[in-house]
Design a protein around this ligand. Structure first.
Ligand SMILES: Nc1nc2c(ncn2[C@@H]2O[C@H](COP(=O)(O)OP(=O)(O)OP(=O)(O)O)[C@@H](O)[C@H]2O)c(=O)[nH]1
Length: 480
C-alpha cells in the first residue's frame, strides 16, 4: 500500500482481479493534460473502487480513495484532486449531498465531479447534474468509456485552469501598470479603469464607470472624441474625416481634473479586435515632461542674469511685431538703452556689483513694459531694448524719458562717472510706420544711432527720432 502524502488516505491496493485490467485507448500523457493528474475515487463497494483505482493507475494518474462522503470532503480539501469520481449511494452522507457540499466550499468548488452509479434512471442523472456534477457514468463500468470521460473532464479543467491563470496574470499586469488603462464601450463610455487611470484622472473607478471619455477631455479633443465614438456606435457608418484620424493612435490631450486643473497626457486609443466594438485607451502622464519642456523653452528665451527676455526672444518678437505693423500700418517704436560709464562702475566696484546694477536697470525697464505686447529685453552687455508696438513717436519719447529718470532716481552710486554721482543711462528712441519696402534692421539701427547720439550729447539723456532709414542711410549704417 502506497501513501501519497503523510496524513492522506492511502490508495487502496487494487484487488488482484483488476490488476490485469487493460489500459484504455488514449493516453493520460496527452499534451493538454496536467502531468500526473490526481483523481479521488469515492465508493463504498470494494469491487468497483478497486476496478476504478486499477484502471486509473494503469493510465498513469495519481489515485486517492475514500469510502464515505465525509472522508471524501476531507480528502478533497487537502489533496485538491483534479477530478472526483463519486458514487451516489454511500453510507452516511450520500453522493448527491457530498457533491453539493463540495460545490458549496470555495476550496473545492472548482474540482469537477463525475458521478459513477448503478442508479442510471433519467431522474438520477438529472439529480446528479443538479447537484453540480460535470458528468455521469452509469454502472456497470465500461473502461474505455470511463477513461474517455475522465480524459475529457481533465482536459476541460486544464483549459479552464490555464484560462483562469492567464486572466489572473493579465489582471495583475493591468492593475500594476504605471500607465492608465481604460476599457471603453462602443459609445466611448468607460467600462473599466485600472488604478493608474484612477490616479491620472483623479476619480475612483466607480465614479468613472459610465462616463464618456470625451467628457474628461479639454479643448478640441473633447469634440473630436465625441464625434469619433458617435461614428463607432453600433449601426454607425464609418467615416474617414480628419477628426477620426486625429483620434486614432497617440495624441497629446489635456484631461480635466476634479479640482478644475488640467493634466497633460498622451492618449493612445485602439479598437479591440473583438466583435464587441470595445476600445482600449492608454493614458501616459506627460505633466513632468511638459513642465520641463516649458521650463526649457522659457530658459532658452530668458536672460539668465536679469530674468527679462534675451536677444533671441527680442529678435523673434521684433519680426512678429514688424509684420503686424506693416499689415496694420500702425507705428512701431523701439528704445535702445545703454548704461553710462559702466566700465568705470565695474572697475571700481567689481563685477558682482556690476551684475546687481544691471539687474536693477532691467527691473526698471521691465516695469515700463506695461502692455501685453511690449517687450523689455537685454540686448547684450549693458545694453537693453524695449519694443513698443502700436506706439507713436511722442509716446515712445515720453516713456524713454520716464525710464531714464527712474533709473537716475535709483541713486545707485557710480563714483567715477564724469556724468553723474549715480548710475545713469542714455536712451535712443526710434518710431515709424514700416511698409513692405522697409528693412526690418532699420528700426534697431535708428534707435541705436539715436542712443549713441545721446551719449555724444552728454549722456543721461533721451534722443528720439521719427521715420525710417532710407535705403542709402541704411547701407551706410550697416557698413559702419
Ligand atoms: N558686471 C557686468 N558687466 C558687464 C556685463 N556685460 C558687459 N559688462 C561691462 O560693461 C562695460 C561696458 O563698457 P563700455 O562698452 O566701455 O561702455 P561704458 O563704460 O558703459 O561707457 P559708455 O557706454 O560710453 O557710457 C564693460 O566693462 C563690460 O565688461 C555683465 O553682464 N556684467
Amino acid at each position: 500500500m502506497k501513501h501519497p502524502a503523510p496524513g492522506l488516505a492511502a490508495a487502496a491496493e487494487p484487488p488482484a482481479a483488476y490488476q490485469s485490467a487493460r489500459p484504455c485507448a488514449g493516453s493520460a500523457a496527452d499534451a493538454a493534460l496536467p502531468p500526473q493528474a490526481a483523481i479521488l475515487v469515492v465508493d463504498d463497494a470494494p469491487a468497483s473502487l478497486g476496478l476504478l483505482h486499477d484502471m486509473l493507475r494503469g493510465q498513469g494518474y495519481r489515485t486517492f480513495v475514500a469510502i464515505s462522503g465525509e472522508r471524501a470532503l476531507d480528502l478533497a480539501q487537502r489533496v485538491q484532486p483534479d477530478l472526483i469520481l463519486l458514487d451516489v449511494v454511500l453510507p452516511g452522507l450520500d453522493g448527491l449531498q457530498t457533491c453539493r457540499r463540495l460545490k458549496d466550499n470555495p476550496a473545492t468548488a472548482d474540482i469537477p465531479v463525475i458521478f459513477v452509479s448503478a442508479c442510471s434512471d433519467t431522474g438520477d442523472i438529472v439529480a446528479g447534474f443538479d447537484a453540480g456534477a460535470a458528468d455521469y457514468i452509469a454502472k456497470p463500468l465500461r473502461p474505455l468509456e470511463v477513461c474517455a470521460r475522465v480524459r475529457a473532464q481533465l482536459k476541460a479543467r486544464s483549459a479552464s485552469r490555464s484560462d483562469t491563470q492567464q486572466a489572473r496574470r493579465l489582471s495583475m499586469i493591468v492593475e500594476g501598470m504605471d500607465e492608465g488603462l481604460l476599457l471603453l464601450g462602443p459609445d466611448g463610455r468607460i467600462q473599466y479603469a485600472n488604478p493608474a487611470a484612477e490616479r491620472c484622472l483623479g476619480y475612483r473607478e466607480a465614479e468613472l464607470a459610465g462616463r464618456p471619455l470625451a467628457a474628461l477631455l479639454a479643448g478640441t479633443a473633447a469634440a473630436d472624441y465625441t464625434a469619433y465614438f458617435s461614428k463607432h456606435a453600433p449601426q454607425a457608418q464609418r467615416d474617414s474625416g480628419s477628426g477620426e484620424a486625429r483620434c486614432r493612435g497617440t495624441r497629446e490631450v489635456l484631461l480635466q481634473q476634479p479640482d478644475g486643473g488640467l493634466r497633460a497626457m498622451d492618449l493612445s486609443l485602439s479598437a479591440m479586435a473583438s466583435g464587441e466594438q470595445l476600445h482600449v485607451a492608454l493614458l501616459h502622464d506627460i505633466t513632468h515632461h511638459k513642465q520641463s519642456e516649458t521650463a526649457l523653452q522659457r530658459a532658452a528665451l530668458a536672460d539668465p542674469l536679469t530674468g527679462i527676455a534675451n536677444r533671441r526672444q527680442f529678435d523673434t518678437c521684433l519680426e512678429r511685431e514688424w509684420q503686424r505693423a506693416v499689415r496694420s500700418a500702425r507705428p512701431l517704436s523701439l528704445l535702445v538703452l545703454d548704461v553710462d560709464h559702466f566700465k568705470l562702475y565695474n572697475d571700481l566696484l567689481g563685477h558682482a556689483a556690476g551684475d546687481q546694477c544691471l539687474q536693477a536697470v532691467a527691473s526698471t525697464l521691465q516695469a515700463h513694459a506695461l502692455r501685453a505686447t511690449d517687450l523689455a529685453a537685454r540686448y547684450g552687455g549693458e545694453e537693453f531694448v524695449l519694443l513698443l508696438p502700436d506706439t507713436p513717436h511722442a509716446g515712445a519719447a515720453k516713456l524713454a524719458e520716464s525710464i531714464r529718470a527712474d533709473i537716475e532716481r535709483l541713486r545707485v552710486p557710480n563714483p567715477r562717472s564724469p556724468t553723474s554721482d549715480f548710475v545713469t543711462v542714455s536712451v535712443g528712441a526710434a518710431s515709424f510706420v514700416p511698409s513692405l519696402f522697409d528693412d526690418i534692421r532699420s528700426l534697431f539701427l535708428a534707435a541705436d544711432r539715436a542712443m549713441y547720439d545721446a551719449k555724444a550729447a552728454g549722456r543721461n539723456r533721451v534722443l528720439a527720432v521719427e521715420g525710417g532709414y532710407t535705403w542709402e542711410t541704411l547701407q551706410r549704417a550697416l557698413a559702419r
